[in-house]
Design a binder for this molecule. Structure first.
Ligand SMILES: [Zn+2]
Length: 271
């Protein structure tokens, strides 16, 4: 009963923070304040009334149009809200009513924001990635010096600070070396410094499992790249941001990393 209440609260908070994620995704790259003024229609500037600002539901009730000017509201807004709700929900289901669930939910939520900013701007802003890294480092230190189970989300042993540090080094260091080597050989980088920093921050949250996130993200990214290159007409290649794939890899790894590795090892033992 208490658990159901907690899960419901996580879902509702996730939906509400999904609205705020939309604000951050739109305003942060434009250098606008994310707290004031309140939400307004980008087409007619009319303030959004509180009853038109209910996650997902308002978009459906308004039939995807601004109440004042009738401008179309992109489906992306309710999509981000729904994804945010689902990510908070999955954190609660995976980790119960614990500090770890809250950290996982915030981790996922920031990755969601970074995903859409990267899609829009091809950038992963340092202040956001840096804040994520600071949160991860502080949480790992708290886990080390108190009895609180926090990060890495994939680790339950006695040295969380060491494992988070290892994740930081493996995520940031290894990908940094690969990116540097690639840039030296090819004279250009296919993998930005933003991606390297993001992997470092992710490493604090998922420890050495960050390598699994990198592999999973690279795999999905490569498949997407091949498919979109095949579909692009006249051989035009467009740059694909890598952040969204890393974010996806990070979320899947945080939720299922240990299960995936266990499964792989038991299959490998059979072979
Ligand atoms: Zn409007």
């Amino acid at each position: 009963m208490l658990e159901n209440a907690a899960i419901t609260i996580f879902l509702l908070v996730g939906l509400l923070l999904g609205s705020f994620a939309n604000v951050v995704i739109w305003r942060f790259p434009r250098g606008e304040s994310v707290v004031s003024p309140g939400s307004h229609c980008p087409a007619c500037d009319a303030p959004v009334r509180w009853f038109d600002n209910i996650p997902v539901l308002s978009w459906v009730l308004l039939r995807a149009r601004c109440r004042d000017c009738g401008a179309a509201i992109p489906a992306r807004y309710p999509l981000v809200e729904a994804l945010s709700g689902l990510l908070w929900l999955s954190a609660a289901i995976a980790f119960g009513l614990t500090p770890r669930a809250l950290l996982a939910a915030i981790f996922f939520w920031v990755l969601l924001i970074l995903t859409f900013i990267d899609l829009d701007t091809m950038r992963l802003p340092n202040p956001i990635v840096g804040s994520l890294a600071v949160l991860g480092a502080v949480a790992a230190a708290i886990a080390q010096f108190t009895a609180v189970t926090a990060v890495p989300l994939t680790y339950d042993g006695d040295v969380p600070l060491v494992m988070a540090g290892l994740g930081l080094l493996l995520g940031g260091g290894l990908s940094g070396a690969v990116a540097g080597g690639y840039a030296l050989i090819r004279g250009r980088s296919g993998f930005g410094m933003g991606d390297v920093k993001l992997l470092g921050a992710m490493g604090l949250f998922i420890g050495p499992y960050v390598l699994l996130a990198l592999m999973a993200g690279s795999l999905v990214g490569a498949v997407y790249g091949v498919v979109s290159a095949a579909r692009a007409s006249a051989g035009l290649t467009h740059k694909i941001p890598f952040g969204p794939f890393l974010a996806l890899g990070g979320i899947v790894t945080a939720l299922f990393g240990p299960v995936i590795v266990q499964g792989y090892l038991s299959i490998a033992a059979l072979g």
